[in-house]
Ligand binder design. Sequence first.
Ligand SMILES: [Ca+2]
Ligand SMILES: [Ca+2]
Length: 322
Amino acid sequence: MGCRWLHSAIAVTSLGVASFGLFAPAIAAEPPTLDFGSERLRNATIESGPVRVVVSYTPREGYEETERDNLRYRIFVNGTLEAEGSEAIWMHGRVTLQDLDSDAIPEVVFNTYTGGAHCCTIFTLYSWRGDQFRLTQTFPLDGDGGHFEDLNGDGFSEFVTFDNTFLYAFSGYASSYPPTIVLSFQAGGLVDVTRNFQDLMRSHAYGMYLATRDRENSAGVNGVLAGYVAQKILLGEYQQGWEFMLVHYDRADDWGLETLNPQGQRVREFADYPSALRAFLIDRGYLTADNRPNIAIDLSDRVVASDTWIPPAARSRPQNRR
Ligand SMILES: [Ca+2]
Ligand SMILES: [Ca+2]
């Protein structure tokens, strides 16, 4: 329902990956997984290598006003409890043991779907770093959020997603076409490597170009073009992207020409789409304040909500250690 461009974006992205031709993805056994859906779980366990996860989960019975945590988990390494936590699962979720950095110790990857029309998946990652866990949690990300895949075969998985801040900025959801984000899983955290993946970005830009052509002079093209210009900035082709936008934008569409604060009061108003888009791209860090491509942009900040370490004091049962 109404996610046509996002669907085509994903299809194009897949083509881009397939056309890399640099490596043949290894065919690995399915990683150990537990799904959280309509079945109750009591101390359900998955394990791989030194890591074991024990989960209890109670499905929700219809709508509940309280955000009660209905998933509880404990994570053991070599038999010692090293982390525990709880989450609220609204629709469904899963936990997977997946080695994202090829060090033979699987990462614990939770993803939880929050429900809502086009929303949202949160990823929670525990990575054992020898004597403690590094814990990374994403913002709620649109749809299924993204996926892990080792795009270049270097042993470090990439998290492939989109810049969610473009959704609804200059059009409704169906016409929003956000630019690519690729983060590499390094040392237990997510690092922006988007611009290393030129082929992937280029095929995504081509999808945006086709979507613009299909929407010529019709509502929503400004949502596609916002993503397109950002994508071209990432490709080092800002000027070309900007000129394409100037030819193709919808002058009659006023979506996004005023900025409201959380109280709904107007804080900024723009005369036309190009000036609103320029201000937006500066706000989002794609352009510097003096209107130049920002080569230092770090796109991880719109994916990673928190990144912490779990110190020994925070662990339960410290007497079990060593
Ligand atoms: Ca690992
Ligand atoms: Ca990689």
